[in-house]
Design a protein around this ligand. Structure first.
Ligand SMILES: Nc1ncnc2c1ncn2[C@@H]1O[C@H](COP(=O)(O)OP(=O)(O)OP(=O)(O)O)[C@@H](O)[C@H]1O
Ligand SMILES: [Mg+2]
Length: 354
């Protein structure tokens, strides 16, 4: 496991001092020396929302109850063995006012320390992700790289942009065909570079096919929420492929694919893409831009996994038939996504494109 930058000391005042092993956009992840190893994932987003007065402990309890139901749906959809078990509870961190101001700029201190509730998820350690493992482990290939397609390549490169447009047409809108290039040519454009490491037989392996088959089931299982929930495949090690090794079979493990609160749904993705398709471009808020970007990235990646694994499943398709899509729809989506990323401080503008 990587030993990442130091964040707030969530464990102050406890007799625990666990090692910080990872930090993505949502959690700070610590290894706990319990049993054969556990990770505790402290949700930083709820800390910020709580300090801003946007969420209460009661709201978080509801999020936890809802997460249990979503996690059960995930296990039914993708198979028990592919989904890491988890247990969630409220965790109260003791934070200094400086730490609170870093997590929630604008927060006004009420004292020298603040007791801040948040959601903690406990999981078994996935040994394949531990850097200091004494035994040789199966190689883990992350299916996400912490980036969106719209962050990944230079859109002023006409070849790269044409591939992004054609792949998006096919994988998101079901239009045309998959661009006739080698699978690895897609890597670094709309898919992470690491997908290059997966061979054709790994793509067609039983665990990858089971993974591919899970998307439609999960959409159906969660249909009461906006026609089905989207998953978060873009984070690093949210879903990993474990390569076959010395008698150990290949596998796919889902560690962190539930979309963070508030959940993104198929109906929301459809409405946002239809909004971007209007004759006169409407105004989009920053959060709409981010949701649109997340939504199209989910559809592209899930349908890309279905395509590359060559299984029998139909693509996810939340759009009505017969929509006349603008020829510049992907230029618009790209522009909106970049604007959202710039507004959130996650990317810099591209002068010749926007
Ligand atoms: N069960 C686990 N075993 C070993 N390592 C883990 C486990 N869960 C998470 N990690 C490590 O911690 C990192 C961050 O975990 P996680 O994906 O839960 O955080 P996150 O903030 O939700 O990330 P993102 O927002 O990018 O999805 C992972 O990339 C992984 O390296
Ligand atoms: Mg993650």
């Amino acid at each position: 496991m990587t030993h990442e930058r130091k964040g707030p000391d969530f464990w102050r005042g406890t007799n625990l001092n666990p090692l910080l092993v990872g930090a993505g956009g949502e959690h700070s992840v610590y290894s706990l020396p319990i049993g054969d190893g556990r990770v505790a994932k402290i949700n930083r987003l709820f800390v910020t929302s709580y300090l801003r007065g946007e969420i209460t402990t009661e709201d978080m309890k509801q999020v936890i109850a809802r997460r249990k139901v979503r996690h059960e749906a995930l296990k039914r959809s993708f198979g028990n063995t592919h989904v890491l078990d988890e247990f969630s509870d409220i965790f109260v961190g003791t934070l200094t006012s400086e730490e609170c101001s870093t997590l929630a700029p604008g927060y006004s201190p009420t004292g020298s320390v603040e007791f801040v509730p948040t959601v903690m998820v406990l999981q078994k350690v996935l040994p394949e992700l531990e850097k200091d493992q004494p035994f040789p482990m199966r190689r883990a290939i992350s299916l996400g790289d912490q980036q969106y397609a719209e962050q990944r390549f230079d859109p002023t490169d006409p070849k790269a942009f044409a591939l992004y447009e054609a792949a998006s047409d096919f994988l998101v809108l079901g239009k045309g065909n998959m661009p006739f290039v080698s699978r690895t040519d897609h890597c670094g454009i709309w898919v992470p570079s690491m997908w290059k490491e997966l061979s054709g037989s790994e793509w067609r392996s039983p665990p990858m096919r089971e993974f591919a088959a899970g998307f439609a089931r999960f959409t159906h299982e969660t249909r009461d929420n906006g026609e089905g929930e989207a998953l978060d495949l873009s984070g690093e090690n949210n879903a990993v492929y474990l390569c076959k090794k010395d008698g150990q079979e290949a596998d796919v493990k889902l560690l962190d694919v539930l979309y963070p609160h508030p959940v993104l749904t198929m109906a929301r993705i459809r409405n946002l893409l239809l909004k971007a398709n209007k004759d006169i471009m409407p105004e989009f808020s920053t959060s709409e831009k981010m949701q649109l970007m997340n939504g199209v990235n989910y559809l592209r990646m899930a349908n890309g996994i279905i395509e590359f694994s060559e299984g029998p499943e139909d693509f996810l398709n939340p759009f009505p038939q017969g929509v006349s899509w603008r020829s510049d729809i992907w230029r618009r989506v790209f522009t909106l996504s970049r604007e959202g990323l710039v507004e959130r401080g996650l990317a810099s503008p591209i002068p010749n494109f926007l």
